[in-house]
Design a protein around this ligand. Structure first.
Ligand SMILES: NC(=O)c1ccc[n+]([C@@H]2O[C@H](COP(=O)([O-])OP(=O)(O)OC[C@H]3O[C@@H](n4cnc5c(N)ncnc54)[C@H](OP(=O)(O)O)[C@@H]3O)[C@@H](O)[C@H]2O)c1
Length: 326
């Protein structure tokens, strides 16, 4: 399987690390040779039709931009079976991921992506484009990092109707609220710590205002519940207004305050919610959790790392390995 990776940051490099470290085992156990033939960052691309060793690619990236001349070919010069799209999420139009995905699907290339915006903005159009061209568009990595939710619902829960989803889907928010509750610190203190530790971005707006959770919910609502919805349909409230006093009062009643995303009765909402202390959604730190309520199997809750380069690469790898091979 020849893959091209567009976006060679944390997630793209995580996938290369997994192929470097686990490639032999994957070849042996899955009978598939996942070969990187091109990788692209914001400087341009590096490509070789015979494949680039992941270790060499990672070394080159650690030394500078990919388009620095070590490889003379570029992504346009090589054929590949699957595009791995891992460029930054941009909710204003979804570029460059939107164009990358449209172009690949239109030319009959499978797509595996971790980029939320194109799916959250144009789910129907992109899935229809994949169908028309007889290729796969897979996106487990867009929601919940390493936690299997979309494939769990489509494969293991096949035949079940998912009637509602409740999820703690943003590790940054969960980290902030958990530390505020446990250590009695203010929002500003914990945010500043989280930024130093790399748990929160320098500009945390996208996470703390609930936008990241909203994008993930739209994808889940479409992919898991078959709702036709868009990002604009979500009622969103973030965590910036949560005070230490509110958390303390909740604690007195043995409750936590979590940023919870809900899809229920065709309504999609993100906001701070009270969660009982022993509830399955009461996960600590950067962990994520999501409960799918199903018609036949009851409630299924998955907990795990909602982000991280290797964890997200795990979801991408699982999508790659699920693509039917000729
Ligand atoms: N990190 C996670 O744990 C995680 C989890 C789930 C989903 N995601 C999603 O996965 C995607 C990638 O995340 P990330 O954490 O890997 O981001 P990142 O570390 O910021 O990496 C983004 C990569 O895209 C490259 N890039 C930027 N603009 C580009 C363009 N126009 N053309 C080609 N490449 C371009 C960057 O180039 P440079 O290297 O030159 O800057 C960088 O290599 C995002 O959509 C994110 O929301 C991330």
């Amino acid at each position: 399987m020849r893959i091209a990776i567009r976006g060679f940051g944390s997630v793209g490099q995580g996938l290369a690390e997994v192929l470097r470290d686990e490639g032999d085992r994957i070849r042996r156990e899955e009978s598939v040779d996942v070969r990187i033939v091109a990788a692209e960052d914001s400087s341009g691309s590096a490509a070789d039709p015979d494949g680039i060793e992941p270790a060499e690619l990672l070394e080159a990236k650690s030394e500078g931009p990919l388009a620095s001349g070590r490889w003379t070919a570029s992504i346009e010069d090589v054929d590949y079976d699957v595009l791995v799209e891992a460029t930054p999420t941009d909710v204003e139009g979804g570029e460059p991921g939107m164009s990358n995905i449209r172009e690949a699907l239109s030319s009959g290339t499978h797509v595996v992506t971790s980029n939320k915006a194109p799916l959250a903005l144009s789910y129907r159009e992109l899935t229809e484009l994949a169908r028309e061209n007889g290729v796969e568009l897979l996106f487990e990595a867009t929601v919940g990092g390493g936690m299997p939710l979309i494939n769990l619902s489509r494969r293991c829960l096949a035949g079940n109707e998912v009637t509602s989803i409740h999820g703690v889907l943003n590790g940054t928010c969960n980290y902030i609220l958990s530390r505020m509750a446990v250590e009695g610190l203010s929002y500003e203190q914990v945010l500043s710590d989280a930024q130093e530790l790399g748990v929160a971005e320098a500009d945390p707006t996208y996470d703390v205002e609930g936008l990241d959770t909203a994008l993930k919910l739209v994808i889940l609502a479409d992919a898991v519940m078959g709702l036709s919805c868009s990002y604009d349909d979500v009622e969103v409230e973030g965590i910036t207004g949560i005070t230490q006093e509110a958390l303390r009062l909740a604690g007195e009643d043995n409750m936590k305050i979590k940023l919870v995303g809900t899809v229920h009765d065709s309504r999609i909402e993100v906001g701070p919610r009270l969660v009982p202390s022993d509830h399955p959604l009461d996960v600590p730190g950067v962990l994520n959790a999501a409960t799918l309520s199903t018609g036949l199997a009851g409630d299924i809750t998955v907990t795990g790392m909602g982000a991280g380069s290797i964890e997200t690469a795990s979801a991408i790898l699982s999508d790659l390995l699920s693509i039917p091979r000729a």
